[in-house]
Design a protein around this ligand. Structure first.
Ligand SMILES: [Zn+2]
Ligand SMILES: [Zn+2]
Length: 167
């Protein structure tokens, strides 16, 4: 059995997504990785099944690009449901929290997040792909915490040596 035959034997046709003309080709739920993408054994190693399908039918995936599922079904391996896009496009197109956040045009306090000068991208461990932070809010926060320290310190009561000795 060739790899292509093994591959074809694993796939079953699914529904036709509303935005496409052809059915999804579903990889078995029993051989998915922890993100829900199909895993296929080919040429001595495990490869993502949808990447394998894309390369078989449409050729090599250009360097630096990743595959976006137009049908949003991660275990779908239909080559025509896959689009090679850059990472940013892929994230923006998806409906994950980072994509929803990326589409927001204002921060919680109503500052403009479409103005690059107001946006700072941070990479905390919880958001390895980066999250947008509002600079105006950050400035305001910094000012609030700094102000008490900048206020002149109340003068310490000065007592004369005589008073201290008397006390
Ligand atoms: Zn699909
Ligand atoms: Zn803000």
């Amino acid at each position: 059995m060739t790899p292509a035959e093994r591959f074809a034997a694993k796939v079953t046709a699914g529904p036709v997504p509303a935005n496409l003309d052809t059915p999804c080709q579903l990889w078995p739920e029993t051989s998915l990785d922890r993100d829900g993408y199909g895993r296929f054994w080919a040429e001595g190693r495990v490869v993502p099944a949808h990447r394998y399908a894309y390369e078989q039918h449409r050729g090599p995936i250009p360097a630096g690009l990743e595959l976006d599922h137009l049908c949003t079904v991660r275990r779908c391996v239909a080559a025509d449901h896959l689009d090679a896009v850059d990472h940013r496009t892929n994230v923006l197109r998806s409906n994950g929290p980072s994509a929803v956040n990326a589409r927001r045009t204002e921060c919680v306090n109503g500052h403009d997040l479409t103005d690059p000068a107001n946006v700072h991208v941070a990479y905390p461990p919880s958001h390895p792909r980066g999250m947008r932070k509002c600079r105006t809010c950050a400035r305001n926060r910094a000012r609030r915490t700094r102000e008490p320290q900048l206020a002149p310190a109340a003068p310490l009561p000065t007592r004369t040596t005589a008073e201290r000795t008397a006390a």
